[in-house]
Design a protein around this ligand. Structure first.
Ligand SMILES: NC(=O)c1ccc[n+]([C@@H]2O[C@H](COP(=O)([O-])OP(=O)(O)OC[C@H]3O[C@@H](n4cnc5c(N)ncnc54)[C@H](OP(=O)(O)O)[C@@H]3O)[C@@H](O)[C@H]2O)c1
Length: 340
């Protein structure tokens, strides 16, 4: 057990539920006590906080796969850090661990489903790279594209939010399987990144182009549609399905800031015409496999077959802007907040 441990820390708590984008005064930065450790607990000094779409959905009152964050509680997110004190046999001081923490400097961790040991003491361990490629979004991309969609060589694959954290990995994995991959994203610059850096076969700017018309121009019908977005983009791609297409619903970020029910897609009858399936999945079901999947992604990255990009925000004070960047599309790749 290390000495001179912090007794207080800075953390950001929810003040009231946001409507639409998170406003700066929906949350509050507070000085909070760091509780003394009980047996079976360790203290993690967070180095990077991961921003993904679920962070916003947990601020809404609807019950999802985890309970909503209540006013007064820290804003939940995944984190990676180094253990600074331990009363848990699973972790030693200096170990690198990822957990489901919050917008906070320190998180108390246990040896449970949400905390994973990543490395022994290693000052060179790149915690940002871990979150950007091998954390929950990378593992989601792997499960959704390679297992749920089970993409095959020669198939045409369309990915929405293709320049984002999940989409960029999903699109590259489809390329690795030998598919023709078309990415949908929200700016010409991101379209260029998809084509030039990730080597996709086509890119469509959903803000300036008619997605359905562009797919038709490209002569593309989707065997697989990996959808991160929902809303009008989903509807547009449903109009361009191949026979026996698999539509894999990963997320619907276009709807997360709305209150009320998400509108249904009007082109769904095309699923009948094309004998297609539409399948939702939650990578949460496979959390115990994340270390193994993450190691595979890391190996492919080291072999030069996969790339990632991290959009880095600095300090707890940037949290609100970091979260909102996902909804304005200001990010390429994974949004992380670096602390310290
Ligand atoms: N099923 C699961 O287990 C699971 C696990 C993790 C994540 N997810 C889902 O995966 C999706 C992506 O999450 P992520 O964390 O990787 O975020 P991300 O893709 O890095 O960021 C979100 C992107 O969505 C696009 N976007 C935002 N609002 C949009 C709108 N109204 N219409 C079209 N595009 C919009 C923006 O890119 P553009 O510039 O391209 O518009 C933005 O960059 C989310 O829907 C999330 O819920 C699912």
């Amino acid at each position: 057990m290390a000495t001179d441990l912090p007794t207080t820390q800075r953390r950001i708590v929810l003040r009231r539920r946001p409507e639409g984008l998170l406003a700066h005064d929906d949350v509050e930065e507070v000085e909070a006590p760091v509780p003394p450790l009980e047996d079976g607990e360790a203290l993690l000094a967070n180095e990077v906080l991961g921003i993904d779409a679920s962070v916003r959905s947990w601020l809404s009152p609807a019950k999802g796969y985890l309970p909503p964050v209540e006013p007064g509680e820290g804003v939940r997110c995944s984190t990676v850090g180094r253990v600074v004190a331990s009363r848990c046999p699973a972790y030693a001081v200096g170990d690198v661990v990822t957990t489901l923490g919050a917008w906070e400097e320190f998180t108390v961790i246990r040896d449970d489903l949400f905390s994973t040991w990543l490395s022994g003491p290693d000052p060179t361990y790149d915690t940002t790279a871990f979150l950007a490629l091998c954390g929950s979004t990378g593992c989601t991309a792997y499960i959704g594209m390679l297992e749920v969609a089970d993409v095959q060589e020669g198939e045409t694959v369309v990915v929405s939010a293709a320049a984002g954290a999940t989409g960029s990995v999903a699109a590259q994995l489809a390329k690795l399987r030998g598919a023709r991959v078309i990415g949908i994203t929200g700016s010409d610059e991101k379209c260029r990144w998809l084509l030039e850096e990730l080597g996709l076969d086509g890119a469509i700017n959903h803000r300036t182009e008619d997605v359905s018309a562009r797919l038709k121009e490209m002569g593309a019908r989707a065997d697989v549609f990996f959808d991160n977005v929902g809303g009008p983009v989903l509807d547009a791609v449903l109009s361009r399905l191949a026979l026996r297409a698999r539509v894999v619903l990963c997320g619907a970020i276009a709807t997360y800031n709305d209150t009320g029910k998400a509108p249904g897609p009007s082109n769904y009858l095309n699923l009948i015409q094309q004998r297609a399936t539409m399948t939702g999945f939650l990578s949460l079901d496979d959390i115990p496999r994340f270390p193994e999947i993450g190691a595979r992604l890391r190996a492919w990255e080291q072999e030069g077959r996969l790339r990632y990009h991290a959009e880095v925000f600095e300090g707890l004070g940037s949290s609100v802007d970091a979260l909102n960047a996902m909804f304005t599309g200001a990010n390429t790749g994974k949004i992380v907040i670096r602390l310290g």
